[in-house]
Design a protein around this ligand. Structure first.
Ligand SMILES: [Zn+2]
Length: 119
């Protein structure tokens, strides 16, 4: 169980931690802190987006470490290529020595005793 959002009336699970550094008038919005700290407020996704700071303050948004992020764009391209290759590979269904190459559309209405009635 994660911690919940610190905003009044919000019961969402916190996903970010907002830390106020009063000396520098800086608010740091980063990944959920492991431990609750003073001057740190856990926020849910909605409130971390909507959060605002006092006038004159600076907001620093810390992104998660690179190795905590999902696949890189290169990885995604490789996956996309693999899927594309799989999708375009010649598909031959061989059952009982019969090579079925008929398009599904033409095959309708001729499946054994089941007949589809065209409109
Ligand atoms: Zn919230």
């Amino acid at each position: 169980m994660g911690r919940s959002c610190s905003r009044t009336g919000c019961r969402q699970i916190a996903t970010k931690t907002l830390t106020y550094i009063y000396a520098d008038s800086v608010a740091v919005l980063g990944p959920l802190a492991t431990f609750a700290e003073p001057h740190a407020y856990d926020l849910c996704e909605v409130h971390s987006v909507r959060m605002s700071v006092p006038r004159g303050w600076t907001v620093i948004k810390q992104e998660p470490e690179a190795d905590h992020v999902g696949p890189s764009s290169d990885d995604l391209m490789a996956i996309a290529d693999a899927i594309r290759e799989a999708g375009t590979a010649p598909v031959t269904r061989e059952e009982n020595d019969v090579v079925v190459r008929q398009p599904i559309q033409q095959d309708l209405g001729r499946r054994g005793h089941l007949r589809a009635i065209p409109n």
